[in-house]
Design a protein around this ligand. Structure first.
Ligand SMILES: Nc1nc2c(c(=O)[nH]1)N[C@H]1C(S)=C(S)[C@@H](COP(=O)(O)OP(=O)(O)OC[C@H]3O[C@@H](n4cnc5c(N)ncnc54)[C@H](O)[C@@H]3O)O[C@H]1N2
Ligand code: MOO
Ligand SMILES: [Mg+2]
Length: 396
């Protein structure tokens, strides 16, 4: 009964080990537009102030002091070098995006003035109470958004169109991004058949590979799918080949105490170092995690679909640091962290969770009613309505 006695680690310890041993992606430089959806692999800094000059924010006139009316000296258009107001009692017409003329500090919109011609001279008259004009209005001050040298984007973030705009504005025509890892999703089991097959009474269609592949797709990873039988030789030969061609392996099945649960043994024979096997949690207790010398990681997930999915969401997906309020009491005696599928909803601004315990870790149809798992710590046995717990979201 060695497997039963072997040391289980806590969820917290397991997560720490997974995070510390995460696969480190390689970096490549791609054109700006190719980088969208990828992970940024360098910090992006401001090459000049944002905005780079005192920018006119409204079409109208620029003034140096608040008077009833002003003679208009000239026009400052966007794209022109800065002009200078000659007389502080005059004004200059200015267009949005232009440099604020030197000598001016405030912009009044065309909507708030009337322009008349008096003796051949254009004059702007203020048509709103002067008290409504505040000094500095409608001027987007140089450096008010970001200063030159500021870090605008931190490496590690996922690039979306708003990041593309920031990079374009600092002249990044090409950018360093992480090369997405090559991921293999491998279902193991003699009882599994393709989803297109008509299963014999003792067979089942494999759903785990499709579930994991779909979940990976949501985070921008395209996985290769494999099915291996519970045969030591096949496992050794095929896994060797799959390991050679991928960076991360996500296996399901074959990690528990069964006579054909060969996965941990074969992985060890292939030189994958075990970092842990068995976590004090339900579901997903037989979870095995290891790493090769080159830094490739192997997640050998328990085969029961809810266990597979929970382990994937908790240990593979990025942490979201969300909490939920239980809306029903839950009792759970074993000294294990208990992950219960929950349906969530908002009440008085709080995210509430209704537990759906279902019929255990093989009841994956139960997940379709739920949004995630509530994480109930191993130290307690009674979890009361109204208490707050961590939430592992899978519907997003
Ligand atoms: N004596 C013990 N037996 C079991 C223990 C234990 O501690 N002692 N742990 C149980 C727990 S907890 C789990 S979870 C399972 C994990 O089993 P394995 O990882 O070895 O997985 P299999 O035995 O291969 O399969 C388990 C179950 O899952 C179904 N399965 C597997 N792959 C797929 C797939 N791709 N799609 C759909 N369903 C899949 C498989 O048919 C089995 O029904 O072990 C318990 N036993
Ligand atoms: O905990 Mo297993 O992970 O029961 O199915
Ligand atoms: Mg098994």
């Amino acid at each position: 009964m060695l497997s039963v006695l072997s040391k289980m680690i806590s969820v917290k310890e397991a997560l720490k080990i997974v995070e510390e041993n995460a696969f480190i992606p390689k970096v490549s430089e791609v054109s700006l537009l190719e980088s969208v959806g990828k992970v940024l692999a360098e910090n992006i800094t401001a090459d000049r102030d944002f905005p780079p000059f005192n920018r006119v924010a409204m079409d109208g006139i620029a003034i140096a002091q608040t008077l009833d009316s002003f003679k208009i000296e000239t026009i400052q258009y966007a794209g022109e070098a800065q002009k200078s107001l000659q007389n502080p009692e005059n004004c200059m017409e200015v267009m949005t995006g232009a440099v604020l003329p030197s000598g001016c500090n405030t912009v009044i919109r065309y909507e708030d003035i009337e322009i008349q011609e008096v003796d051949g001279v254009k004059v702007a008259k203020i048509s709103i109470p002067l008290s409504e004009i505040s000094q500095g209005q409608n001027v987007h001050r140089q450096g008010s958004d970001r200063k030159m040298g500021d870090i605008l984007l931190q490496k590690g973030l996922k690039i979306s169109p708003s990041e593309i705009a920031v990079m374009a504005s600092v002249g990044k025509a090409s950018v360093k991004v992480e090369i997405p890892p090559k991921v293999a999703v491998i279902s193991t089991g003699d009882e599994l058949v393709e989803i297109t097959a008509n299963p014999l009474p003792y067979q089942i269609r494999m759903s785990n590979s499709y579930m994991l592949s779909a979940a990976l797709d949501r985070v921008g990873v395209k996985a290769n799918l494999f099915h291996l039988t519970d045969d030591k030789e096949e496992l050794f030969i095929k896994l060797q080949e799959i390991l050679a061609n991928h960076d991360i392996l996500l296996l399901s099945g074959g990690v528990s105490a069964g006579k054909k649960d060969f996965v941990p043994e074969i992985l060890a024979n292939l030189g994958v170092k075990k970092l842990f096997h068995k976590v004090a949690q339900k579901p997903g207790k037989p979870f095995w995690f290891g790493k090769t010398e080159e830094g490739k990681t192997v997640f050998a997930l328990p085969g029961n679909p809810v266990s597979t999915f929970l382990c994937f969401c908790k240990y593979f997906l990025e942490r979201r640091n969300e909490v939920v309020v239980l809306d029903k009491d839950v009792f759970f005696k074993p000294n294990l962290t208990y992950f219960v599928p929950v349906k969530t909803y908002f009440q008085d601004g709080k995210l509430m969770a209704t537990p759906f315990e279902g019929s255990g870790s093989a009841d994956f149809a139960n997940l379709t009613d739920c949004d995630g798992f509530v994480e109930l710590p191993a130290e307690s046995q009674v979890f009361k309505k109204g208490e707050v717990f961590e939430f592992v979201r899978f519907r997003f």
